[in-house]
Ligand binder design. Structure first.
Ligand code: S3P
Length: 427
């Protein structure tokens, strides 16, 4: 499917985002190992989160979807049934990596597979700690999906130092830690999103945390609980940048998740000169959420490096779009992880920027985009990557002429309503 986008003068209106993708995956997995029924409200409509639900069903967990509400009948900590065939994680790195933690502690053999993009993504990062915990894992060429896991029950507790800053790795080990004997610790080189830790604590699991580390003590059981999911800040990012780069824009984004490990985006945009106000904040299950007001105006650029690169990893494609039209441009360093996302996002962002006449220099761990540039019209491709499709839809709004986005259906991986929502606010 292709989308043809015309330049937009400004954006005006109110936007409701899908439920947070990261939180949706975690709540579904935790509900599946709880005792009793959980209703998860505002569950993400993204295909990735529905891949998690499909895998849970294949593991014998009753799951019912009713619009944005999902009912999960928890099977208890060790209640998964051996699946009849491969578990299909689709395009979802979160599904394959986090669910692997729970499968490692389940006493049967299972195989997780995915689409072409997922089949190229590295799995050693979770295979190493899970093998240390006693599970047996094998993968194509030792590192790519399909991933076969022979579980062990109970697992051995470990103290694991992850070489990569990855919330998926941290969460995988913490989830496996629920099914281990003794306390499991994970250490990370830079702070990553902490939704797993927050959710576990809310569900009564003993979690201890310090700077750069978190420990989990396996509970006797987890009680089911109804959980509400805030809007997805990483999906909001496309609208925030769109409003930011079209002067005179004014958007209200409703009930957006504002967890501090995700909210560097707001600081970064405010630092670039975007006017952002948090209108009302509330706390639900340890996760803050609020309404955001964003206004377009003059923009500086910035530098994303070090810990900020890990904190903004999903937002970098759309921030590159902002960088090109900013006063001073954008420099991204320490972000080699971009190369192993749904696509090599350094290359796919650079290819699309160039296709729209924008200069960019790439490096192994980032890129440099000079400021004060203009997008001309043209054709870009998502390369099957949801965030690339949406980032270049934002670029199209600020372009001189029409932009055709090929493989635009990729947006559905996290935000199926994206195109309609954009059309409803772009003037
Ligand atoms: C996620 C963690 C990040 C992020 C992904 C979602 C999560 O991946 O890019 O979109 O929900 O834990 P990594 O853990 O690979 O950095």
């Amino acid at each position: 499917m292709q989308q043809v986008l015309k330049p937009s003068r400004r954006l005006e209106g109110t936007v409701r985002l899908p439920g947070d993708k990261s939180i949706s995956h975690r709540y579904a997995m935790l509900a599946s190992i709880a005792e009793g029924r959980s209703i998860l409200s505002n569950y993400s409509s993204g295909a990735d989160c529905h891949s998690t639900l499909a895998c849970l069903r294949s593991l014998g967990v009753p799951v019912e979807v009713n619009g944005r509400d999902v009912t999960v009948e928890g099977r208890g900590l060790r209640g998964y049934r051996a699946p009849a065939g491969n578990l299909d994680a689709g395009n979802s790195g979160s599904t394959i990596r986090m669910l692997s933690g729970l499968l490692a502690g389940s006493p049967f053999t299972s195989t997780l597979a995915g689409d072409e993009s997922l089949s190229r993504r590295p799995m050693q990062r979770i295979m190493t700690p899970l093998a240390q915990m006693g599970a047996k894992l094998s993968a194509r060429d030792g590192k790519f999906p399909p991933l076969t896991i022979e579980g062990l029950s109970p697992l051995k507790a470990i103290d694991y130092t992850s070489p990569v800053a990855s919330a998926q790795v941290k969460s995988c080990v913490l989830l496996a830690g629920l099914l281990a004997e003794g306390r499991t610790t994970v250490r990370e080189p830079a702070a990553t999103r902490d939704h797993t830790e927050v959710a576990l604590r809310e569900l009564g699991v003993e979690i201890e945390r310090g700077k750069g580390w978190v420990s989990v003590t396996p509970p006797a059981k987890i009680e089911a609980r109804d959980l509400a999911i805030p809007g997805d800040l990483s999906s909001a990012a496309f609208f925030m940048v769109a409003a930011a780069i079209r002067p005179g824009s004014h958007l209200i984004l409703r009930e957006v998740g504002l967890n501090p490990t995700r909210a560097s985006l707001i600081e970064f945009l405010a630092g670039a000169g975007v006017e952002i106000k948090i209108l009302e904040m509330k706390m639900r299950h340890g996760e803050p959420a609020g309404d955001l007001m964003v206004r377009g105006g003059a923009l500086k650029g910035g530098v994303i490096e070090g810990a900020l690169a890990a904190a903004l990893i999903d937002e970098i494609p759309v921030l590159c779009v902002l960088g090109a039209v900013s006063e001073t441009g954008l420099t991204v360093r320490d972000a080699a992880e971009l190369r192993v996302k749904e696509t090599d996002r350094i290359e796919t962002v650079a290819a699309n920027l160039r296709a729209l006449g924008v200069q960019v220099e790439t490096a192994p761990d980032g890129m440099q985009i000079p400021g004060k540039q203009t997008f001309k019209g043209g054709e870009v491709r998502s390369h099957g990557d949801h965030r690339i499709a949406m980032a270049f839809a934002v670029a199209a709004l600020a372009a001189r002429d029409e932009v055709v986005i090929h493989e635009a259906e990729a947006a559905s991986v996290s935000f199926p309503e994206f195109w309609d929502t954009l059309a409803s606010v772009a003037e």
